[in-house]
Design a protein around this ligand. Structure first.
Ligand code: ARG
Length: 436
């Protein structure tokens, strides 16, 4: 049955499907995620992404598997903070655990093929010696032995695999130029690769749904700056605390977005990637909301925004021709590249005033504070032109403006040019806000 929700979701998803084709996503999963019974469904979603033309590098850890083998062998483990000091016996266990985990992943990816009915969609998994590692050395008096850090990523070799349409699977082991193996953390590996490949996204699958901020509220989006403040607060817990510094590093060094996505919810990754709001936490390099000057290409979007308000009599009717003529007076608000609001400013320099007009925000985003953003923008523009006050004519939305510093005024306080055009039938009320 074709439901309304399906149609709306599909329309919401389509722009992302198009935007992600040919883009590189680095996805980091820990050892627990692989052993979890839900892994086959995640593998299916990964395969689906590959079938849509997303270039995927899958990085896996194996900490849980290493711990199990060490316990079985009765070999005690030493940690410095959250990093294991890897002695030579442990390194053998690391190799076993990593090899085992890798095969589990390949098996799940291979069986995922039955579920993605794309013509000729054979998912090929590529591996290789993509990572050069170096020993971590002695940290605060502890010799980390075979625990290493990433020295170099062979991005050319990886790109060649991705160009061929393969999924690149990378384990948390790297080799030194002398052939020694080093135990690495998957978060460090994934971050290095994302930066080296200039990936569009770095995705961490996490135990929670995402990040909770200091007020205990779920944070759907964070700027790198806000994320750093959260790290400094010491309030982050568990895997999110471990990954966050890497997510920040990635977006600071050119990765457009880093996401933390709940690994327990079936399909969470699809919801995060193919809806506007997502369901996890997203760190973005660029601010998501941006107000800019409108151009002639925005007229269709502006009309879509204002028509419903014109029909309700909240805004006066404006023809397409009028909008085209006055487009230089308009600004639009974009969220993640889509237009959700508009406003116009008409200056009356002789009177030291400007009119704020045609303020509209999409019904979908009523409570996102976009109206305020647009008002702030107009105030900024008016101040920059040396104007002393803003006025607005409104019939139905007076309270909104009054709550934001406007006061009722008389028609006689309007610039003369505006008084002459005043529409006595519409009987709009006049509100003025001083800018200083
Ligand atoms: N689907 C979009 C993307 O992948 C937006 C996701 C927004 N996510 C969020 N947690 N706010 O870029």
């Amino acid at each position: 049955m074709l439901t309304r929700e399906f149609v709306l979701s599909f329309r919401e998803a389509a722009p992302y499907i198009n935007a992600f084709r040919g883009k590189t996503f680095v996805m980091a999963i820990n050892g627990e995620t692989v052993r979890d019974g839900r892994f086959p469904s995640l593998a299916k979603d990964i395969h689906l992404l590959v079938s849509l033309g997303v270039r995927i590098v899958l990085v896996h850890g194996a900490r849980w598997q290493i711990d199990v083998l060490a316990q079985r062998a009765g070999h005690a483990q030493v940690f410095r903070g959250d990093k294991r000091s890897t002695d030579s016996q442990t390194l053998e266990l690391v190799k076993q655990a990593v090899g085992y985990t890798r095969h589990e992943i390949e098996a799940a990816l291979s069986s995922s093929m039955r579920h993605v009915p794309v013509q000729g969609s054979q998912l090929r998994v590529a591996s290789g010696n993509f990572l050069t590692a170096q020993p971590m050395g002695v940290i605060e008096g502890m010799d980390m032995q075979y625990t290493g850090s990433v020295r170099r990523v062979d991005s050319e070799a990886m790109q060649a695999r991705l160009d061929a349409g393969d999924l690149v699977l990378v384990s948390c082991i790297g080799y030194s130029p002398t052939g020694e193996a080093f135990n690495l953390t998957m978060e460090e590996v994934a971050t290095h690769i994302a930066i080296a490949l200039k990936a569009e996204k770095l995705l961490f699958m996490v135990d929670s749904q995402g990040v909770t901020n200091s007020q205990g509220e779920f944070a759907s989006t964070l700027t790198a700056h806000e994320a750093e403040a959260l790290i400094a607060s010491g309030n982050l817990q568990g895997d999110v605390a471990a990954y966050m510094p890497y997510a920040v590093k990635a977006v600071r060094q050119g990765v457009a977005r880093a996401h933390m996505i709940g690994r327990f919810d079936d399909g969470a990754i699809l919801e995060e990637l193919f809806t506007d709001g997502g369901n996890g936490t997203m760190l973005a390099r660029d601010p998501l909301v941006k107000v800019r000057n409108a151009s002639i290409d925005d007229i269709g979007d502006i009309i879509d925004l204002i028509r419903p308000l014109e029909e309700q009599g909240i805004l006066v009717k404006r023809s397409r021709e009028l909008l085209e003529m006055e487009i230089k007076s308009y600004s639009v608000l974009e969220h993640d590249g889509k237009i959700f609001g508009c406003v116009a400013m008409h200056p009356f320099p002789d009177a030291g005033m400007a009119e704020l007009a045609c303020l509209a925000v999409s019904q979908q985003k009523r409570d996102a504070g976009f109206g305020e953003e647009l008002l702030k923008h107009v105030e900024y523009l008016a101040r920059a032109q040396g104007l002393a006050s803003l006025f607005v004519l409104t019939t139905q939305t007076a309270h909104w403006f009054v709550e934001r510093g406007f006061a009722a005024a008389d028609i006689s306080q309007l610039p003369l040019g505006k008084q002459r055009l005043y529409n006595y039938q519409r009987r709009s009320k006049v509100f003025i806000k001083p800018l200083r």
